[in-house]
Design a protein around this ligand. Structure first.
Ligand code: C2E
Ligand code: MG
Length: 673
């Protein structure tokens, strides 16, 4: 650094500013102060000199006047002059006669009377004093000269000393100011270093700012408080950035971090890493039926269950919605992974009591292992996802990734467009399953059930795409397609001489669309089919998902003249009061109760449901009737209708026509319609 730059830097520093400030103040004030002081001292000395000279000279004149006529005047004068400061003395008569002259002849002195100190630049102060006779006449004039040099010297010496004192004073002041400035600068530097540490995120240690400057100490305390807050907020932000706010489980980011670590370690140790992706079954229904609050509680409870089932070293993360990921950083092989998945599913399946509701929510787990199914995060995630969708589709609970699954997978994002395309390409079709009247043994109606004839994957069942269609919003056009197709089929059967009412299924999401009744009404109006021959099945949980809106949509549907029945009765907690409000004509008891009717509890539920339907003035239908035993039992319980494999499975339109003309089933002795 150049000298100039160093000076500049110093001048800009706090110490530099303080020193320069003091210098400037002194440059302005010192001349005034010392000049003034010197002037006062100088005037003092001069006044003192003049006063002394005056009093001495008057005394001298008095003595001369007194002894003027004595013979030894000269001796007297010399006596008086002894010890005085007089260096010049002349006594002159009025006529100019010199009586006495003490002037130094070596130095010719010209008498010039002074009126102030140093007036004539001759280092002598001259004074003239007249002496008078008793009668007042002038006797003579005494001219006296006093040496000014000692006083001038004294003034000079005082000035000299004052300058020394001023220099010492300024130097000491500057030194003190520089020292204080240095102290403050040091403290400020420490404060600055501490602040820099905070800024540079070096926040781990408590700040230590040793200083005796009170303000800096208090600033330091504030800075420490700020650091602590930053640390605290940083920790909170980090937690938020890496965790899910609802369940406090790690989120996708943290999962990815841990996966990366686990994959690195496993590659070194030649071990397997397992990644599970789990999606809860029926979560949407819980959310729709019992509200988001209960849905949230369910997710929290599930998170706790998952966490409790796994080791500390395993990671359970929530990916969003009802999707969880589980990372097992060291696992022996696929078999062990399957055992872990089974353990998790067992736990997830256990009934949960939430706000008085007992819920049973299943799950589907997709398993991918590293290194076999991928050695990086993205591949592993994608493959676990594929396996999860497969498990969901096949309702197998869990599934281990296999390359072949890839060909069969339909993932959510492309679902909407694929389904729309499928409708355009006529890949959707309806199967029909008869409902049989128990009293007459005749077919009372058929239920239209949608299927997807997928070009690569073959015939897909609704379980494989209805849920995704609901999520993606394609369910509304899909439902309208079903209605249109069912009406078309109804007309074809009629032309073949078969008049059979058709039941169709509606989803929860259909009931949230206020346009749905009008759209269905328009489709019906386009045909000459009596609306009373049409029936819409709505599952109990769907009805409860948005009671206000649902009731409105159902009433408007009812006004079209169609029938409405409650599907899957018994699977959701509907209030009887609310059920009674619904414009429905039939209650369809869920097949889970029918399949297990040898269980006394289930049998009681079925009986109660049948009685309830009758008491509300509705008919009761049991679905999922698979055996004669169930059929007979239901008959004895007074059930009005049955539907199930025992009578007929869902059939294609032409198979149904053949079946209707010759309804052969074990329990049927008569010929039905
Ligand atoms: P769901 O309305 O309860 O339909 C009855 C389901 O039970 C049908 O399954 C049928 O094949 C099956 N089933 C009939 N008899 C028996 C039996 O004796 N035992 C057993 N275990 N099952 C029997 P599918 O066709 O796979 O339909 C499944 C669900 O998909 C339907 O349940 C319905 O909720 C939904 N779904 C079907 N088609 C449509 C549709 O067009 N729109 C909507 N929104 N949902 C539909
Ligand atoms: Mg149904």
């Amino acid at each position: 650094m150049g000298r100039l730059a160093a000076i500049k830097e110093f001048a800009n520093s706090l110490t530099g500013r303080m020193v320069l400030g003091v210098l400037l103040i002194h440059a302005l004030l010192a001349p005034l102060l010392f000049g003034g002081l010197l002037y006062i001292v100088k005037s003092g000395y001069q006044t003192q000199f003049i006063n002394q000279v005056r009093s001495e000279s008057h005394l001298f004149a008095y003595l001369v006047e007194r002894d003027f006529n004595s013979v030894d005047l000269r001796a007297r004068i010399e006596d008086i002059l002894l010890g005085s400061m007089v260096i010049f003395l002349q006594i002159i008569r009025p006529d100019g006669t010199l009586i006495y002259d003490l002037s130094d002849t070596s130095q010719v002195r010209n008498f010039e009377e002074d009126f102030f100190f140093g007036q004539h630049d001759d280092t002598t102060y001259y004074i003239a004093i007249p002496i008078h006779k008793n009668d007042g006449d002038l006797l003579a004039t005494i001219r006296l000269g006093y040496d000014e040099t000692p006083t001038t010297e004294q003034i000079k010496a005082t000035r000299q000393r004052s300058i020394y004192l001023a220099i010492i004073y300024i130097t000491l002041t500057l030194a003190l100011v520089a020292f204080s400035g240095f102290q403050v600068t040091q403290s400020l530097r420490r404060l600055r270093d501490a602040a820099r540490k905070v800024v540079m995120d070096d926040n781990t240690r408590q700040l230590d700012i040793p200083t005796s400057v009170t303000e800096v100490t208090s600033l330091g305390r504030d800075l420490e408080r700020m650091r602590w807050k930053l640390v605290h907020q940083g920790e909170m932000l980090e937690h938020q950035a890496l965790h899910d706010s609802l369940t406090s489980l790690p989120n996708r980011n943290l999962l990815y971090e841990r996966m990366q670590q686990a994959l690195a370690v496993s590659q070194r140790m030649h071990k397997n890493v397992a990644l599970f992706i789990m999606d809860l079954d029926h979560f949407k229904e819980v959310n729709d039926t019992l509200g988001h609050h209960v849905g949230d509680l369910l997710l929290q409870k599930t998170a706790l269950r998952l966490r409790s089932a796994l080791r500390e070293s395993d990671t359970v993360a929530r990916l969003g919605g009802d999707e969880f990921a589980i990372l097992l950083p060291t696992i022996e092989d696929a078999q062990h992974a399957v055992l872990a998945a089974q353990k998790i599913l067992k736990l997830v399946y256990r009934p949960i009591v939430l706000e008085g509701h007992t819920l049973t929510v299943g799950g589907s787990i997709g398993i991918a292992l590293s290194p076999d199914h991928g050695q990086d995060n993205d591949t592993l995630m994608r493959h676990a996802d594929t396996a999860m969708y497969y498990a969901k589709r096949t309702q197998s609970g869990y599934s281990v990734y296999d390359h072949d699954l890839e060909q069969q997978s339909i993932t959510e994002p492309d679902m909407a467009s694929k389904l729309r395309l499928a409708m355009e390409r006529n890949e959707l079709l309806l199967h029909y399953q008869p409902k049989v009247d128990m009293h007459t043994g005749k077919v009372s109606s058929v239920e239209a059930l949608v299927r997807w004839q997928h070009p690569q994957q073959g015939l897909l069942m609704p379980a494989e795409f209805i849920g995704l269609a609901e999520k993606s919003g394609v369910i509304n056009p899909l439902t309208l397609w079903v209605v249109k197709e069912a009406l078309r089929q109804c007309l074809i059967w009629r032309q073949s001489g078969v008049d059979v009412p058709i039941a169709m299924n509606l989803s929860a999401r259909n009931l949230q669309s206020r346009d749905m009744p009008d759209q269905i009404g328009a489709l019906i109006k386009g045909t000459d089919i009596n609306p009373a021959w049409l029936e819409f099945e709505i599952s109990e949980s769907a009805i409860l998902s948005n009671p206000g809106n649902t009731l409105d949509v159902l009433r408007r549907l009812h006004l079209l003249g169609v029938k409405i029945s409650i599907d899957n009765y018994g699977t959701a907690p509907a209030s009887l009061y609310y059920l009674n409000q619904l414009p429905m004509h039939q209650i369809k008891i869920d097949k889970s109760f029918i399949a297990d009717m040898h269980d006394a509890g289930n049998a009681r539920i079925v009986r109660a449901a049948i009685d309830l339907a009758h008491n509300l003035g509705r008919t009761a239908i049991a679905k999922g009737v698979e055996s004669q035993e169930a059929f007979e039992l239901l008959k004895s319980l007074g059930c009005d209708m049955v539907q199930g494999y025992y009578m007929a499975p869902p059939l294609t339109a032409s198979d149904l026509l053949a079946w209707l003309k010759n309804p052969t089933w074990a329990g049927n002795t008569k010929t039905s319609r």
